[in-house]
Design a protein. Sequence first.
Length: 238
Amino acid sequence: MVMPLVVMTGVASGYGAARVLHDVELALAAGSVTALIGRNGVGKTTLLRTIMGIRPLDAGTMIFDGGDIGRLPPSARARAGIGYVPQGRHIFPQLTVAENLETGLSALGPRGKARAGVPDHIYDLFPKLAMIRGRKGGLLSGGEQQQLAIGRALAGAPRLLLLDEPTEGVQPNVVQMIEAVLLKVRAEFGLTIILIEQYLDFAWSFADHYAVMDGGRIVRQGDTAAESAADVAHLVRI
Ligand SMILES: Nc1ncnc2c1ncn2[C@@H]1O[C@H](COP(=O)(O)OP(=O)(O)OP(=O)(O)O)[C@@H](O)[C@H]1O
């Protein structure tokens, strides 16, 4: 059997005394896309933060590519190959599009520092960003900011990409474009992806697997090809 790229066992995490994640068990095959779904406040964002190392691993183990990353700081996890597109995008408003993208190169370590500028393939994936590369991040539309946040994460050449609600606050035609780009990078780079997504139609069109969170645990998971979104909608509805 091929070793999964990510294996989480008994993962617990939270915010100080407020324990949010309890005993999370999740394994991701290399090249797979998993939609992480669930009601508001059940711990989806906290799980991505814990994988990235922004929240501490209070219990359990986190294996990435055969190595234990559970105690590594976020910068080391980024260098190991984990890219993160946070909810709200967190782009730098005073930096230009090009400068924002360059911050993503730090995940490449010394290779990134030696690199002159943003790799062409990022602008090829997002032609709009090439057109507005000199514009300040704070002036971009929601859809442009989302493209920038994804482009910045991809500039670090991750093998695991964590996407927190890429469709939030983005117009339908931009959602389609983002979906097309994600499918392309997945096919070209064999990326493994975890996607937090409220729109089940989008989740089902893009992901191979789904995992439902409730109360800080994964309470159900399966293949999107084997079940319809309607089968799990009641677990997600507010
Ligand atoms: N910085 C923080 N400090 C303390 N508690 C927090 C913090 N961030 C989130 N929480 C709490 O952790 C719990 C899980 O939040 P989390 O954002 O992980 O949920 P979520 O499933 O991603 O929800 P949403 O879909 O609304 O983004 C919630 O009860 C939330 O209030």
